[in-house]
Structures are given as structure tokens and as C-alpha cells.
Ligand binder design. Structure first.
Ligand code: 13P
Ligand code: SF4
Length: 376
């Protein structure tokens, strides 16, 4: 049976020559690609497990053994026994899965260009520089670094080495509460919005938080500001979730006050404050699953998930909060032709796109990951 429908076309941005799948249209039609994926999955059996993040397109989700948010997929990866784990998501998720699996297992990212623009907003040398300037204003023994899982493994290594932990959007509240029990101050990166929204939820006021912008001299903050702040938020953000605005909420509420606004906490503080509910991609999914028949929703998250929910829950009235297509283009890079290439490479015993975090980085990064998994 052919799974998937390949309805969505990449017509809104041009692919560079070096980013074309090896399996070209003239070799296989879309339908043949899906048929061969099904055949290879059956042939490879338990040797391969396929994980799919909720933002993946339908034609990938259709093949996933497990779907979930970043926390669920990390937990799932840690339990898998398969020789090959094909991670249909973005680079930091595949790195996390590699760290949580055994050395003889291989995590494959079907498209090596599937990154995360937010994760790219903080790199290790910037974090080291920030830590140095924080150390001039405060005792870093009392500053707990927390990184959102959306970051390079080198940042997870930094956090693990400095007594901190990782969080995801579904456990940020518990991890930040833990951090504030361990120290007096928090350095939270790379997403300022998740950090701010969660800290406000925990009763920390906005004037106790400062934003450290690595593009500015000394992060754009003074030593006194660092000394007084309870929370130092990194400047990063998700360009997809920053696309949602308070005006969109106002417009919907003016016409339909009964429509519930449900958003991901990577949205800005203003949007978070104006929305009715907020939570991770799994929280959004579970809220919709439990919603009463006929209820109306406007969802502020990635469009593939919103469209899937609207198609799946036809007894609800679901629309995107934004009239524009808030698409994560890097998540969208993973397409059936790339998945087929990964499967063919395993079948030919020449697996490609294997993600391996170097042992020197893994040691401390794993400490930070384990702290998170033990907190919740
Ligand atoms: P989740 O933790 O909800 O999976 O979010 C990950 C992500 O990248 C959202 O943009
Ligand atoms: Fe990164 Fe935003 Fe895409 Fe999530 S939606 S993977 S944070 S760019």
C-alpha cells in the first residue's frame, strides 16, 4: 500500500543545485518513491526505527514509527534498540538522539541541511564570551546556565560542565524552578521568548530579566544590570513563531470572541499574554484531542501541525492564528526522496548522513541531558 499523498510542493523557494536529492524526478515518480520507501522499510524491518517531529510534513509522518515533540522523541530515542534511527526532524534533535543511544546505534538525519535558525543564534564562542563578562559582574558559581534543547551539542556541553541543565518547551517550568533552587541567577539560551514566558509563569517579573545580545558590545548590558538581574535571557528567537502577532489575536477575537487562541511558548511575550493557552507541540496536540465537539481554535504554531490537526479533527473548527503560512523551512527539508536515499544507503551497507557527537563534547552534554530527564 502506498502511504502518503505528496500534496505539498516546494514552489515557494528555489532549491540550490547542491541541495537537490540524488533521486531525481526523472528516475522515480513521487508515487514510486513512496512505494520504494514502503518496500525498503519492510525489508529492513527492526534494523530501522523512524522518528518524526510533529512539524514534519504529512508524507514523512505517515512513515514514522513514533511521532512526538522534542522531549518525547528524546525519551523514545533512549529506549530504541534499532541499529539505525532515522530522525525526521532537525539537526539538534538528531544530535540529542545520538547522545542518548548506544555507540553501536547510528542516528541518520535524512537532510544534513535541516537545521534550526534559533539554534544558530548562539554558538559556543559567544556563550564563552558572555560567561566571561557575567563572571566580571557576578559569581558564576551562583549562575545556573539552562539551554533550550534547540542548540548545538557544544552548548549542551557548556551547560553540563557548569552545573546546568537542558529544557524543552514541555518541561521548561520544572527545569527553571530546579535551576533557581540551585543558584541565584539564571542564564537562559538561546530562546528569549521561552525563557521570558516561563519565568513570568513562575512569578518572576519582567524587570528582573535582561536580554544579552551577542551582536552588541558586552551583550548590550552593563555590569550593574548583570549584577541586579535574576534572569539573563539570550537574544535568540524562532523566526517561525515570531510571525504571530497580537493584532492577529485581536482581529480573531473581535469577530469570534469564543475562538480559543492556543500558542507555542516560542511566541513573543505579548502574544503569550494575549493568548488563552500555551504549550509545547504535544500540549497543543493533546489539548485539541480533548477539545469539545464544535469548539473553535486558532493555533499559533508551525503550519504542518496546524493543517494536520485541522484535517484530523473535522468535528472541531481549527485555523492558523496567522493568515500567512508559518512554515519551518528547515523541518520541511526532510522530504520522501531524502528519506528514500537514507533507506537505500542502509540497504547498500553504505549509510550516509550519520550524526555522531564527539566523545569529548558528549560527556558533559549528557550530564545536562540526564539532569533534565531526572527533573521530569
Ligand atoms: P517542541 O518542544 O514543542 O517539540 O518544540 C520544538 C521546536 O523546535 C518548536 O519550534
Ligand atoms: Fe527551530 Fe523554529 Fe523550526 Fe522549531 S520552528 S525547528 S525553533 S526554526
Amino acid at each position: 500500500m502506498v502511504t502518503g499523498t505528496l500534496l505539498i510542493m516546494l514552489d515557494f523557494y528555489e532549491l540550490k543545485d547542491d541541495h537537490l536529492p540524488k533521486i531525481q524526478d526523472k528516475e522515480l515518480s513521487d508515487e514510486q518513491v513512496l512505494l520504494e520507501i514502503n518496500a525498503l522499510r519492510a525489508k529492513l524491518g527492526d534494523r530501522v526505527a523512524l522518528l518524526g517531529h510533529h512539524y514534519q510534513q504529512d508524507d514523512i509522518i505517515a512513515f514514522a514509527d513514533y511521532t512526538g515533540d522534542s522531549l518525547q522523541l528524546a525519551r523514545e530515542a533512549a529506549k530504541l534498540k534499532a541499529e539505525y534511527i532515522i530522525f525526521c526532524g532537525v539537526h539538534f534533535m538528531a544530535e540529542t538522539a545520538d547522545m542518548l543511544t548506544a555507540d553501536n546505534q547510528n542516528v541518520i538525519l535524512p537532510d544534513m541541511n535541516a537545521g534550526c535558525s534559533m539554534a544558530d543564534m548562539a554558538n559556543r564562542s559567544e556563550i564563552d564570551r558572555a560567561w566571561k563578562s557575567i563572571s566580571k559582574a557576578a559569581n558564576t558559581d551562583t549562575v545556573i546556565p539552562i539551554t533550550y534543547i534547540n542548540c548545538d551539542a557544544k552548548l549542551k556541553d557548556f551547560v553540563g560542565a557548569n552545573g546546568g541543565a537542558i529544557c524543552t518547551s514541555s518541561n521548561a517550568k520544572q527545569v527553571i524552578s530546579w535551576a533557581l533552587e540551585q543558584g541565584e541567577k539564571l542564564l537562559f539560551f538561546p530562546d528569549q521568548h521561552l525563557g521570558r514566558n516561563t519565568c513570568v509563569e513562575l512569578g518572576i517579573s519582567l524587570d528582573e530579566m535582561i536580554v544579552y545580545n551577542p551582536n552588541l558590545q558586552n551583550g548590550g548590558v552593563t555590569a550593574d544590570q548583570i549584577k541586579e538581574a535574576k534572569v539573563i535571557l539570550w537574544y535568540g528567537f524562532c523566526s517561525v513563531h515570531q510571525g504571530f502577532t497580537v493584532d492577529q489575536i485581536k482581529e480573531i477575537k473581535a469577530k469570534e470572541p469564543e475562538r480559543t487562541i492556543l500558542i507555542h511558548p516560542e511566541c513573543s511575550y505579548e502574544v503569550y499574554s494575549a493568548a488563552d493557552m500555551s504549550g509545547s507541540t504535544s500540549f497543543i496536540l493533546n489539548t485539541i484531542k480533548d477539545a469539545p465537539k464544535g469548539s473553535k481554535w486558532a493555533i499559533g504554531t508551525e503550519i504542518n501541525l496546524v493543517n494536520r490537526l485541522a484535517a484530523q479533527f473535522t468535528d472541531l473548527d481549527i485555523l492558523s492564528l496567522s493568515p500567512y503560512q508559518c512554515l519551518c523551512t528547515t523541518m520541511y527539508r526532510v522530504r520522501p526522496r531524502w528519506l528514500l536515499e537514507s533507506l537505500r544507503s542502509i540497504d547498500n551497507n553504505t549509510p550516509t548522513n550519520i550524526i555522531k557527537v564527539p566523545a569529548a563534547i558528549k560527556e558533559n552534554a549528557l550530564k545536562a541531558l540526564d539532569r533534565m530527564l531526572n527533573i521530569c
